[in-house]
Design a protein around this ligand. Structure first.
Ligand code: PMP
Length: 360
């Protein structure tokens, strides 16, 4: 078997076509006599890659002109710190909705910088759901309201986002950007580490309203200011050129698939195959997420006992399925069905789940 059934949570599957194309271009990119990795980040050949990645993202997500698209480093984790550093001014509050470990981590960083508030949380309910938008409390001094659009570890996803007038909505979309269309204009900022739906690790995409950058603090280190990167077109320092090149290729692939809408349709089909295997198992497979909060990207479930979880994971591994272990903090099983995971892999997993259950 050349390609594994890759259900890794991230870094995760990349489209085979993208990998092949990168392979073809690896040693001699566009007749430069070198790979993209060996080009100067100030060269016209690299500049074309950088610009293409920005413009493809703008096109695919229909990003309005009053937003900047930045390519940063440090992963989504740096954004946990960079957001409050730039936006939490004296007297302002960072409002966080807690829906899992990643939102908790984002809140923890903000607490080091300024005042914070928990607008809603589903922690008490084991992070099985997303709060109703009506349950979220806001304050008039909120600098922003932060949400995690998809909870990679617990397998829940927002299906309706809050809309508060005069409140800047910021979303960590690391594990679901481009899995479905979104209304960018309803967010002041969207950020995502690339290593799930966008490409390899190493680049973080930040889509941010120009006004938010203008209102940001300037008394923080230069490299941490959003304005620095916006003013320098994300070339203030050496960007992760190869990761951005791969991002451009993945974006081209999404476009070739028919765009985000088509990708969403396929994601729904893929997730349904596995959720149906759970729902039709008479309680043998138990989904972690409540049905109306289920994620299209990370499907989390448990078997009736730890022994069966272990047996399932061992047999799945032997059958060629990779990455089905739940996150080390919660255990159980998780199938990550990101954009590049082919439907055949989900069909194979569904069949495997049915056969495994029948054999017990
Ligand atoms: N947010 C979410 C929703 C994630 O899934 C992850 C990584 N799995 C992170 C943040 C952290 O990302 P990074 O490793 O790029 O810092």
């Amino acid at each position: 078997m050349e390609r594994a059934y890759n259900f890794n949570a991230g870094p995760s599957a990349l489209p085979l076509e993208v990998l092949k194309r990168a392979q073809e271009e690896l040693v001699n990119f566009k007749q430069t006599g070198m790979s993209v990795m060996e080009l100067s980040h100030r060269s016209k050949e690299y500049d074309a890659v950088h610009t293409q990645a920005q413009s493809m993202l703008k096109e695919l997500l229909q990003i309005p002109n009053d937003y900047e698209v930045l390519f940063l480093q440090g992963g989504a984790s740096l954004q946990f710190a960079q957001i409050p550093m730039n936006l939490l001014k004296e007297g302002k509050i960072g409002n966080y909705v807690l829906t899992g470990s990643w939102s908790e981590k984002a809140l923890k960083e903000a607490k080091l910088i300024g005042e914070t508030f928990i607008g809603a949380s589903t922690k008490e309910k084991g992070y099985r759901s997303i709060p109703n938008v009506e349950e979220i409390s806001i304050n008039k001094n909120d600098a922003y309201l932060h949400v995690t659009s998809n909870n990679t570890i617990y397998g829940t996803q927002w299906h309706q986002f809050p809309e508060f007038e005069n409140t800047s909505l910021i979303a960590d979309m690391s594990s679901d950007i481009l899995c479905r269309p979104i209304q960018v204009e309803n967010f002041s900022m969207i950020y995502a580490g690339a290593q799930k739906n966008l490409g390899p690790s190493g680049v973080t995409v930040v889509i941010v309203k120009k006004q938010l950058i203008e209102d940001s603090r300037q008394d923080i280190p230069t490299i941490l200011r959003y304005s620095t990167h916006a003013d320098a077109n994300s070339l203030y320092n050496t960007p992760p050129t190869f990761a951005i090149y791969m991002l451009a290729k993945v974006l081209e692939w999404v476009k070739d698939q028919g765009g985000v809408q088509t990708v969403e349709k396929r994601n729904i089909e893929k997730a349904k195959l596995i959720y149906d295997a759970i729902d039709e198992s008479n309680g043998f497979y138990r989904g972690h997420a409540e049905k109306d909060s289920r994620s299209l990207m990370n499907i989390t479930f448990n078997l009736p006992s730890d022994e069966l979880n272990k047996k399932f994971l061992a047999e799945a591994k032997a059958a060629g399925f990779v990455g089905l272990n739940g996150h080390r903090s919660v255990g159980g099983c998780r199938a990550s069905t990101y954009n590049a995971v082919p439907i055949e892999a989900c069909e194979a997993l569904r069949e495997f789940m049915i056969t495994f259950r029948n054999n017990q």
